[in-house]
Design a binder for this molecule. Structure first.
Ligand code: HEC
Ligand code: HEC
Length: 365
């Protein structure tokens, strides 16, 4: 064997070896695939055998298992409450009343506003302007916790309030109007609807995503001057530069509701408190914003709240509100107070020092 032949022979051998190695590796991979596939093959279990014959299995646990209350409670914590469409209420008289309640809440002004078909007792806003999607939207000031928590004690009145009292509050403050008799068809309809929405929520539970989000306090006072700029840039296109909104062509309801002035909510309304306004705006305004897709920073929400709530609006006798001073919210802008902070600080903040002081006073009691 000369030198050349020797090299060729060596090459041939190493080629053979690498072919053998390749074949071996392919075999190993093939076996791996087979093993992993068999994992998904049906198991030889009697249950599957029954299934393959199309017969019910005596071993099956399907439909025998219901999630325990713990699992349900955890699920509720992980998801945001969302109300059902009242179209799904029963197809009977009660269901019709519930749907009428939904319509009253969505289109209040058409029934009860200045040109309403039933009465003229409210300012032209709809409940839905503030309780979005008829009170069903996550973080849209929805009604998810109402059926489960009312009647309940409320500090604002210092009494145990039922749902009639709570709805009346919004009619007299947010709608700057008069309430309806408790047994009127309209009041019954709204209450039935709100209770129907929250019917699945266990007693005393407040589901995630109900009401208005509580934004962290700013460390400074909210600034109406900064808010004015935000208003011009982000709100005025719909709510109008003068804050008076835009009436619909039929002149009965607002396409864009007013934010201040004679037709807006009065000084006793929840939105007149900066934290409520800022939290409402955070996840709902400018219109189209949602909790998944907020459009303003927390700071911008506080500042625009300070601007809007510095504009003129209807008054109300609220001297009987918050009889227990220690139960007054830090952002209620009218004295007397349990602490010695000014009305101005109670209106614009900073709120944390007030909160700390109230906590200390409560502790000392
Ligand atoms: C201008 C805005 C506005 C309008 C209009 C309005 N509300 Fe409200 N409503 C509020 C605010 C703010 C709260 C308090 C939310 C909070 O503090 O978390 C509230 C609270 C409520 C609650 C109690 C919710 C709870 O979980 O405790 C009910 C019930 C309610 N409103 C019903 C109505 C009904 C019915 C109408 C129409 C007749 C109406 N509201 C119109 C702003 C409004
Ligand atoms: C694209 C139009 C649009 C823009 C921009 C917009 N809004 Fe609104 N706003 C609406 C509509 C529509 C409603 C009523 C929602 C409903 O009925 O479903 C509303 C309701 C409100 C309400 C509750 C009802 C009331 O009249 O008090 C407040 C408060 C509010 N908007 C504040 C703001 C603020 C603050 C901004 C700017 C950061 C803003 N909005 C920007 C369309 C808009």
């Amino acid at each position: 064997m000369n030198h050349e032949q020797h090299t060729i022979e060596q090459l041939r051998r190493s080629l053979n070896l690498s072919v053998t190695l390749n074949v071996l590796m392919a075999l190993v991979m093939f076996l791996g695939i087979v093993v992993s596939l068999t994992d998904s093959w049906p198991k030889w279990e009697p249950e599957n055998w029954f299934k393959s014959k199309g017969a019910p299995s005596p071993y099956s646990v399907e439909n025998h298992e219901t999630p325990d209350s713990m699992t349900l409670a955890v699920a509720r914590k992980l998801t945001l409450w969302q109300g059902k469409n009242a179209d799904y209420a029963p197809a009977n008289d009660t269901g019709d009343l519930i749907r009428y309640g939904r319509d009253l809440i969505a289109n209040t002004a058409a029934y009860l506003g200045p040109k309403g078909s039933v009465a003229h007792i409210t300012n032209g806003l709809n409940c839905q302007n503030c309780h979005l999607d008829a009170g069903t939207r996550p973080w849209g000031n929805n009604y998810g916790a109402v059926a489960s928590t009312y009647p309940k004690f409320r500090e604002r009145s210092g009494t145990e309030e039922d749902l009639y009292k709570r709805v009346s509050d919004c009619m007299e403050r947010s709608l700057n109007g008069k309430t309806l008799p408790p047994d009127s068809r309209e009041m019954q309809a709204m209450m039935q609807y709100i209770n129907w929405l929250g019917r699945d929520v266990p007693k005393n539970e407040v589901p995630n995503g109900t009401g208005i989000v509580a934004l962290p306090f700013l460390t400074r006072a909210a600034d109406p001057a900064k808010g004015k700029e935000i208003y011009a840039a982000k709100c005025a296109s719909c709510h109008a530069p003068d804050g008076q909104g835009l009436l619909s062509p039929d002149g009965k309801t607002y396409a864009y509701p007013p934010l201040w002035g004679a037709h807006s909510y009065n000084i006793g309304a929840g939105l007149y408190r900066l934290s409520r306004f800022a939290g409402y705006v955070k996840y709902n305004m400018p219109f189209g914003a949602t909790y998944q897709n907020p459009q303003l920073s927390d700071e911008e929400c506080w500042d625009v709240a300070a601007f809007v709530n510095s504009q003129p609006r209807p008054g109300m006798d609220i001297s009987a509100d918050w009889p227990n001073l220690l139960g007054k919210p830090v952002d209620h802008p009218f004295g007397p107070f349990a602490d010695s902070f000014s009305e101005k600080q109670h209106k614009f903040g900073p709120f944390q020092p007030i909160k700390d002081k109230i906590a200390a006073l409560k502790q000392a009691k």
